[in-house]
Ligand binder design. Structure first.
Ligand SMILES: *[C@@H]1O[C@H](CO)[C@@H](O)[C@H](O)[C@H]1NC(C)=O
Ligand SMILES: *[C@@H]1O[C@H](CO)[C@@H](O)[C@H](O)[C@H]1NC(C)=O
Ligand SMILES: *[C@@H]1O[C@H](CO)[C@@H](O)[C@H](O)[C@H]1NC(C)=O
Ligand SMILES: *[C@@H]1O[C@H](CO)[C@@H](O)[C@H](O)[C@H]1NC(C)=O
Length: 249
């Protein structure tokens, strides 16, 4: 009986932990959407009035300079690392989590186009953040490991490691994008108008840097577990459970 209840507990834990985070994110976005929609209007207005530097006017060089890293399971630890020395203090990152036909039901294209256009707006910032993209279609394990559902923009403040090589807490905030209405000024406003400061940082179980999974190097194994459990059809799962529990009786 023990083993079967442990087997039952694992996906339950995964979904119990995952869903509140997603709900919480949606809650944040609910709060944020009012400010974001006013931000969109004011962002478009200020693009026109040049208070946000116009990317065309400020030169194509800056646009070309801003590189969007592509995160994978193999490179994310290396890429999401504070470049100590080069940039003292906090290093700001924005990551677009996108998906395709199976991971985003084919609805991420609008958000992805908006993100790609927002890169030019963000590049005109005086202190642009580092940018990266995570495609759940090609890297589903990493998406599961972070409990991310596309389309989402993740805003990260990476602290500089302390002299003793320990790392202070990393601040992570998520912005779930509206698949049908998202625009590039809305995404750019997260950085340009510091909209991220209006959203509560995430501090739960699935925190990609400081959560209990990440601290124990278990994010990636958990990502595999959640990913493969999500692939098991529920009927197969029920048969396996009843078979197991009958055997144990
Ligand atoms: C996604 O689905 C659409 C419509 O079903 C199809 O046209 C497209 O080729 C698919 N894309 C990929 C990458 O499979
Ligand atoms: C967005 O830009 C990336 C390169 O950074 C490219 O691979 C992707 O196809 C673009 N997406 C869309 C929808 O244009
Ligand atoms: C996206 O925006 C539309 C129009 O404002 C709204 O009807 C829809 O509920 C929103 N979707 C989500 C997931 O918030
Ligand atoms: C996690 O992995 C890193 C490097 O692979 C290692 O330095 C660290 O001690 C590990 N942490 C735990 C809790 O196992």
């Amino acid at each position: 009986m023990r083993a079967s209840s442990a087997i039952l507990a694992l996906p339950a834990l995964a979904s119990a932990q995952q869903i509140p985070f997603l709900d919480q994110v949606k809650g944040w976005f609910g709060q944020a959407s009012e400010t974001v929609s006013s931000a969109v209007t004011s962002a478009s207005a200020s693009v026109a009035s040049m208070s946000i530097p116009n990317p065309v006017a400020s030169g194509a060089a800056a646009v070309a300079d801003l590189k969007v890293e592509r995160l994978t399971l193999d490179n994310y630890r290396r890429i999401l690392k504070h470049g100590a020395g080069a940039t003292p203090g906090i290093e700001e990152w924005m990551i677009m989590v996108t998906g395709g036909n199976t991971t985003c039901f084919g609805f991420c294209e609008r958000a992805e186009i908006a993100w790609n256009q927002s890169v030019a707006l963000i590049a005109a910032s005086r202190s642009p953040p580092h940018l990266a993209m995570l495609d759940c279609e090609t890297d589903p394990i990493l998406c599961s490991a972070w409990a991310m559902s596309p389309p989402t923009v993740v805003h990260i403040e990476l602290p500089q490691p302390l002299p003793d090589q320990s790392t202070p807490a990393t601040t992570v905030r998520s912005f779930a994008l509206n698949r049908t209405t998202v625009t590039s000024p809305e995404i750019a406003a997260i950085h340009l108008q510091e909209k991220y400061k209006e959203v509560q940082p995430y501090e739960g179980f699935w925190h990609p840097f400081d959560g209990p999974l990440a601290k124990n190097n278990l994010s990636v194994p958990a990502g595999y577990a959640v990913h493969y459990f999500s692939k098991i059809p529920s009927w197969a799962f029920m048969i396996a459970v009843s078979f197991l529990s009958r055997n144990m009786m």
